[in-house]
Design a protein around this ligand. Structure first.
Ligand code: MN
Ligand code: MN
Length: 472
């Protein structure tokens, strides 16, 4: 009778998700750090969805992608063609046409470029107490108390009366001024400190300081506001009405930074979800023609429900697929349906990682961990999986096999303990077409905080995962 070695049997039968750092091969440590340097650059160049689309387009063009308009002018497409389709400067899709016809399905990684932030209201500028301020309306799920007492930058566009589009970034260069929302001094915060955290700072209290010097001359009111208007007019040629036709976002000022004495992590604004966007972009740009058409799909408005003509609920993506099908000589709408239905999708979005400071919100057996690689989440949702895509086991199995075959270090994740809260991604919208969709992205800490945190090795494994998925 042979003695069963428990340790050996455990190794054979039990599963333990291990550190991705421990699983790196020969030169991979260097690759992890090199990739992160480029990622930080990507994050610094794209602090809004518009800027991110620009950066993606710049990189795509440099990698030989042509616009859909150019492809349409050519009149046909063949395997290996690299095409991008931009949607109103806020969303973009990159295609590498595959060897098989499009209606056989695509391999898509979909991620979003918008991130929680403060948007200026339509008529934001006012004066109170000798200060000029800008009123804001927060965008997405923010904890309002996190946005006070930190340097802010303003990014956005203003459409002038003559139709000219003015793009502004103030607060990112060393010499730039920054902006600031004040908080109450602790000495006088007796009432505030007894309030719930959701009420201590209010939405209408998130007013950004923009000036203090009064206009010199004339017996008029609101001199500080006037001086701000004067300076804005001198610098940008705008008047107050122009704010009403602008999209200006306040984000934390400053660059993405390494975190930790070992430089293992990156702190930046908007990892959610530019980290998955970057990983998908990097993978797409490196590929040649595959069997299936591969797609990097980067959308807007995820944080506010994917509505609007730049969000995932719009027909943009479907319309572009229809255009490409026509370039392959297939004009029946049935082909569009087939192309969508036969597609395989990784919905790239971030997952909450286990946080030692808040150990109670995740089920440690099913939650993701920082540094344990890319995360697969079979389901998301809230209160009994409400709103989830819940990927089919068959498709999850296909991805598991693929990742294992390619030495992608992966782990499982979920959006929190049962009944603790939850959330969703763009997964279900692509699944509505009948495509197979699995949530697969990067674990992170401080999701939706002004500055969020990811591990470099998780970014690297996300990129490796998407690349393996594209190749299939
Ligand atoms: Mn997200
Ligand atoms: Mn989010």
């Amino acid at each position: 009778m042979s003695e069963i070695n428990g340790k050996e049997l455990q190794k054979q039968l039990a599963k333990e998700f291990s550190s991705a750092w421990d699983n790196l091969k020969d030169n991979e440590m260097t690759e992890v750090f090199n990739l992160s340097e480029d990622y930080k650059l990507f994050m610094d160049r794209g602090k809004t969805e518009r800027e991110s689309v620009k950066e993606i387009m710049t990189r795509a063009k440099a990698a030989g992608f042509i616009s859909l308009t150019e492809a349409l002018a050519k009149g046909s497409i063949t395997a290996g063609d690299r095409i991008y389709a931009e949607n109103k400067g806020k969303a973009i899709a990159l295609f590498i046409i595959g060897q098989e016809d499009l209606h056989n399905g695509m391999r898509i990684v979909g991620a979003h470029l918008d991130a929680p932030r403060l948007d200026l209201k339509a008529f934001p500028l006012y004066e109170d107490g000798g200060l000029a301020l800008l009123k804001t309306h927060y965008y997405g799920g923010v904890k309002k108390y996190q946005w006070v007492a930190l340097p802010l930058a303003l990014h956005g566009v203003i459409i002038k009366n003559n139709g000219e589009k003015l793009e502004i970034v103030i607060g990112e260069d060393e010499g730039d001024p920054v902006f600031y929302i004040s908080d109450l001094l602790p000495h006088l915060a007796a009432d505030q400190m007894t309030k719930k955290m959701s009420e201590g700072i209010t939405g209408e209290g998130l007013n950004i300081l923009i000036g203090n010097i009064p206009f010199n001359g004339g017996d008029i009111s609101d001199k500080v506001k006037l001086n701000v208007l004067k300076l804005l007019n001198e610098k940008y040629g705008i008047v107050e009405e122009d704010f009403t036709v602008a999209e200006i976002e306040a984000v934390p000022a400053g660059r993405a930074r390494d975190v930790g004495i070992d430089r293992s992590m990156v702190a930046a604004h908007g990892h959610d979800d530019r980290v998955c966007s970057y990983a998908a972009l990097k993978a797409v740009l490196e590929l040649e023609a595959q069997k299936s058409t591969v797609v990097g799909l980067f959308v807007d408005k995820e944080e506010v429900g994917s509505m609007g003509n730049t969000g995932m609920q719009s027909a943009f993506f479907e319309n572009v697929v229809a255009e490409l099908l026509e370039l392959q000589g297939q004009t029946s709408h049935l082909h569009v349906r087939r192309a969508m239905m036969n597609s395989k999708v990784l919905s790239g979005d971030v997952m909450p990682g286990f946080d030692p400071n808040y150990p109670d919100v995740l089920d440690k057996r099913n939650g993701a961990f920082i540094g344990k690689g890319v995360t697969i989440a079979k389901y998301t949702g809230a209160r009994g999986k409400g709103g989830t895509n819940d990927a089919n086991a068959e498709f999850v199995g296909e991805i598991r096999t693929l990742f294992n075959k390619n030495d992608v270090v992966w782990q499982v994740g979920e959006l929190g303990k049962v009944d603790q809260g939850g959330g969703g991604t763009i997964a279900y919208m692509l699944a509505n077409y009948g495509a197979e969709v699995l949530d697969c992205g990067t674990p992170m800490l401080s999701m939706h905080a002004p500055v969020e945190l990811v591990s470099k090795v998780d970014l690297y494994m996300t990129y490796r995962a998407y690349k393996a998925f594209y190749i299939g």
